[in-house]
Design a protein around this ligand. Sequence first.
Ligand SMILES: Nc1nc2c(ncn2[C@@H]2O[C@H](COP(=O)(O)OP(=O)(O)OP(=O)(O)O)[C@@H](O)[C@H]2O)c(=O)[nH]1
Ligand SMILES: [Mg+2]
Length: 432
Amino acid sequence: MATIFASGTGAGRAAIAVIRISGPAVRDLLTGLAGALPSPRLARLATLRDPATGEALDQGILLFFPGPRSATGEDYAELHIHGGSAVVNRILTTLSAFPGLRPAEAGEFARRGFANGKLDLSQAEALADLIDAQTEAQRRQALRVAGGALRRQVESWRAALIDALAMVEAELDFSDEADVSAFDRAALRAALDPIRAEMRAALLEAPASERLREGFLVMIMGPPNAGKSTLLNALARRDLAIVSATPGTTRDMIEAHLDIAGLPVTVVDTAGLREAADEIERIGVDRVLARVETADLALWLSTGGGTPPEGIPPGVEPLKVSTKSDLRPPPAGWLGVCATSGMGLGALLDAIALRAKARLGDGGSSLLIRDRHRAAIASAFSALDHAVEDEKDLEFAAEDLRSAARALGRIVGAVDVEHVLDAVFSRFCIGK
Ligand SMILES: Nc1nc2c(ncn2[C@@H]2O[C@H](COP(=O)(O)OP(=O)(O)OP(=O)(O)O)[C@@H](O)[C@H]2O)c(=O)[nH]1
Ligand SMILES: [Mg+2]
């Protein structure tokens, strides 16, 4: 097995960079770099030298974690060095030249930890989410799952299923043909009912949990010149979209990722909806109508009210926003904003936050945070529904229980095929 290395910190100028190294050559490498192997788990200040020439490269802190008690389960080390690009590049070049070492691929440290039983697949994914988390609620959600909340739940369901399976199999083994039909189905149902109820509850929460990972999607819509782009810029506090008095200015969708009351919200500025003046504008309008299908909320912008919302699908709530309220007061039932002065923006943010909170929750009880999780639980749930059907042959009920247990195993990576693991880990960043 190759020894892998990568910078665990972002590129660019920084006080400190951390280089991670994992694999069988770690001991030789540390001895080569620092003259001696540091004591396990103790920080050691050392001058790092090129093992080939003895040239001093940097002064830094070395940490050595002998396997299997390490993040990857292998011999593992961290070099805390100065974070300038010349220092980092020189150390990485030196590591490349060392026998047995090669740069790590994306997610490779986490994958080795997974292979060595340090964390399950749901935890590995949640660590990637934790790195990507932009808001408090996302951080809470990722931390819960990374801490093993989903793994523990899945293990407890699997244990209960295996008990139920043992009960069915005992019945199959020890009773003669005539008795099998007399098997107490009520007992099987009683054993499975609590699990089914818990799975149902988790499935009901899943869309909110997944949405929290992805963000609450708000589309800014309305006729040309309504002030959509001006509003986006005001919400993002940056000049993202071009604003002009010419109707039909915006053609592409422009999005801003905001943190509203700790929740992740994506706000999208769109092309004004009207009978398009040209081909490009028409494509822009078509894209808006396609994207709004997946939105959570549509802000319908208009100056002075009037235009009824159109083009907004039934599942998406429209919020009527009357723009340029410095020029015209909002009609009754419309939220008035003046994006140029900021008037009314606070109330608009409150209105968005209220809806986002209702839709996303706060991540405090999230379990099924990816569609992969939801699909596995949905398939386990339907297998259990089959298992308790009244006229079910016991042999088939046993097979249903086994298939439910296999579906659960997919969540933690216990029964996954290699290509699923490849797909999951390749989405991680290098050095993770
Ligand atoms: N007085 C006033 N003018 C505004 C306000 N908001 C936007 N405007 C002006 O209205 C015009 C159109 O603004 P945009 O933000 O480009 O409008 P839009 O809805 O994005 O227009 P399209 O991209 O063409 O669909 C610009 O001249 C803005 O300066 C406002 O709150 N008050
Ligand atoms: Mg615009």
